[in-house]
Design a protein around this ligand. Sequence first.
Ligand code: PEP
Ligand code: MG
Length: 544
Amino acid sequence: MLKFQGKGVYGAIAVGKVSLFKRQEAQVRRIHVSNVKEELEKLSEAKSKAIEQLSAIYEKALIEVGETNAQIFEIHMMMIEDDDYNESIINIIETQSVNAEYAVAVTADNFAEMFSSMDDSYMQARASDVRDISNRIIACMNASDGGNEMSGEKMIVCADDLAPSETVSLDKDKVLAFVTAFGSSNSHTAILARNMNIPAVICAGEEFLSSIKDGDKLIVDGHTGTIILDPDEDTEKAMLAKQSDDARKKQLLQELKGKENVTIDGTKINVFANIGGVDGIGAVLANDAGGIGLFRSEFLYLESEDYPTEDQQFNAYKRVIESMAGKKVIIRTLDIGADKQIGYFGLEKEDNPALGFRAIRICLTRPEIFKTQLRALYRASAFGTLGIMFPMITSVSEVEKILSICDEVKAELTREGIPFSKNVEIGVMVETPAAAVISDLLAPMVDFFSVGTNDLTQYTLACDRQNSKLEPFCDTHHEAILRLIKMSADNAHKHGAWIGICGELAADTSLTETFLRMGIDELSVSAPYVLPLRDTIRKIDLSR
Ligand code: PEP
Ligand code: MG
């Protein structure tokens, strides 16, 4: 038995046999030609054939994964007709008197390199698209469609990477799971896997690929990203049990999708989801969350080697906001420091980092970083319904400073003629005892509170959340924490603000009734908890 660790992009468990993806890679050689016109005609015919194939794939994808996801193949068709792409191919054929296959392959390399070197991760992921369309054109010139035949049995498809068209071209009924050695969770392939409802793990590594052969037994855990080769009996049994647990949950998901979060006596509450990046959207939608209650924006900074630019941030926020199609998206400004350290910020080492220079303290000290993020957020607000919230608040003066910087940013955007929404809600996190205790003073300044119970617990009980030894002392249901939440809820409502909870406690269904009785307006949880929480809410009767 051998274990490999990748990144789960769609959570479910598959047990089955390996089918190594066989790519009919065209061996492209540089050939000097005397008849350039003939090469140009060959290119034109191959392009038409490629567009015909893509159009058929688009129709198939429309049925299997829906219009939004099928759009990538429309984009592929457009890319084949792109002027720059075609000029480059034709130029190489004409100036070097070479075969069309070679000109396409060189153009693919150049364009893929260009996309890969871009700062924007979405554009970087397009490198695989340009390779994909180029391979298709070359395959069409060689009278091969690059197809991949699969036997009757459902198999776990393993590959170095899969292009979107390769993913969709596979017979969905014969695929148990996808495992790729490389890949990015931002790629369309990962998005398609989620939408095709097929467990998928990416970044399993080169060693994984060299250790497997066709027919090997594999367990793929799309939740954890773990892959087990040749599992022993006990492991297989345990994973099968986890699989039936999954099936039960899936059933729950189907039954509760589209239903309201309403108690027996008719009290309604919003159930939103937490995400750490753009790639969390799939799970939010799949689990039917009513909005996003916490987007931990610091992950954009953590994944980056340098400060993400205003445009990079704008693109990420816009994608999240647009994907939610008008549903509320609450983005929390940068919350680093403590357990989330970033080298390029050059923060000094501290003896007590959890009580140190973190979150809003960094933003207010380095306003250039803060303003870049706020500009990106306000610009993105034009594309849907946005709320911005601020972490680690302890005082009224911090909120005053924040509001004044927000006003500066809005005035700047107005001067520059850049559109933004006038209805962006402003909220503060209640995650320090100080914020809860002065919630009567903070509430009139904001539209909402969001209780961060993870930090509120650590600061109220003086228990470092990173220290596992403190587990026995860290009672998350402690009366002190519940009283601070209740006090914040009462003060919020007194001043016309709403209040949500976005810490882990929001998913603790043993407290759901308590929170409802406090009048909490929103609970924001990890996407897989949305439906179990909805189930709990629907069984509560507050009239009793
Ligand atoms: C919290 O503290 O409860 C919270 C939601 O923020 P984080 O876990 O990111 O610190
Ligand atoms: Mg926190």
